[in-house]
Write a protein that binds this ligand. Structure first.
Ligand SMILES: [Zn+2]
Length: 249
């Protein structure tokens, strides 16, 4: 950043920490209602004259929030993050996970990095975005239940399908150790059922062992993983097929 650019960026650190403190205080473990945190975000945006829209899960307990700053035209950037966090049960926290705690230069709290930290950075910069002479829009898109399968995003996309304009770029504020990551390997779940044929143990040749068949399938998957590891393709180099569970009958 040039000294001139640095001058143009106001010191938003205090505001960011203040917002993060509020966000961490909402116990938004995936699957729980999001009324509190969404109300806070909507109020904050409204204070800056930014209207926002919500899209809900079926029970209307959890919501995505979407807002646009700048001209409502094609192009621009979406700043995307999720409001939910993973559970804390059974974990050895030395401070209250839902109370932002400062120790030296570090801030502790569930979601302080992944990813309420990003949400706080985005929200703290809203006045800067608003004051900027934007020729393309900045969209804010915060979703629910990312940690349990990205359940909020399809709901958000559906709600945006009626919009006349399309964003150009999405920046997802997931922690990547301050390195830019340009892709994601994604995930896909498949279910395979192998049924055997029972037979008396005196002559197993009369039956078919589901375990033996499954073993061959898992071996094949391992072979494919080895091939993939030997021929890496960009972000897919760490992609793996993982047999998650097996039962035989
Ligand atoms: Zn995350």
């Amino acid at each position: 950043m040039t000294p001139k650019q640095e001058q143009a960026m106001p010191d938003t650190l205090d505001t960011t920490v203040e917002i993060l403190d509020a966000l961490v205080g909402f116990e938004t473990v995936s699957g729980r209602p999001t009324h509190g945190i969404i109300g806070y975000i909507q109020d904050y945006l409204a204070q800056h004259d930014i209207p926002s829209t919500l899209s809900f899960d079926e029970a209307k307990e959890r919501a995505n929030v979407f807002a646009t700053i700048g001209p409502e035209i094609d192009g621009g950037v979406v700043l995307n993050g999720h409001t939910d966090v993973v559970p804390v049960e059974g974990q050895d926290w030395s401070s209250d996970p839902f109370k932002l705690t400062r120790k030296g230069d570090r801030l502790y709290g569930r979601g302080s990095v992944d990813m309420k930290g990003f949400l706080a950075c985005v929200l703290a910069l809203v006045p800067v975005f608003k004051a900027a002479p934007l020729t393309k829009p900045i969209h804010i898109a915060f979703t629910f239940d990312e940690e349990t399968g990205g359940l909020g995003m399809p709901v958000l996309l559906e709600s945006l399908s009626g919009f006349a304009y399309r964003p150009e770029v999405v920046i997802v504020g997931e922690p990547t150790q301050m390195k830019i990551v340009t892709g994601h390997k994604g995930g896909y779940e498949m279910r395979t059922e192998i049924k055997g044929q029972e037979a008396h143990s005196c002559d197993p040749r009369q039956g078919v062992s589901a375990i033996t068949a499954a073993m061959k399938l898992i071996s094949k998957i391992e072979e494919m993983n080895a091939q993939r590891a030997a021929n890496p393709v960009g972000v897919l180099s760490t992609a793996r097929l993982i047999p998650l569970s097996m039962s035989a009958r």
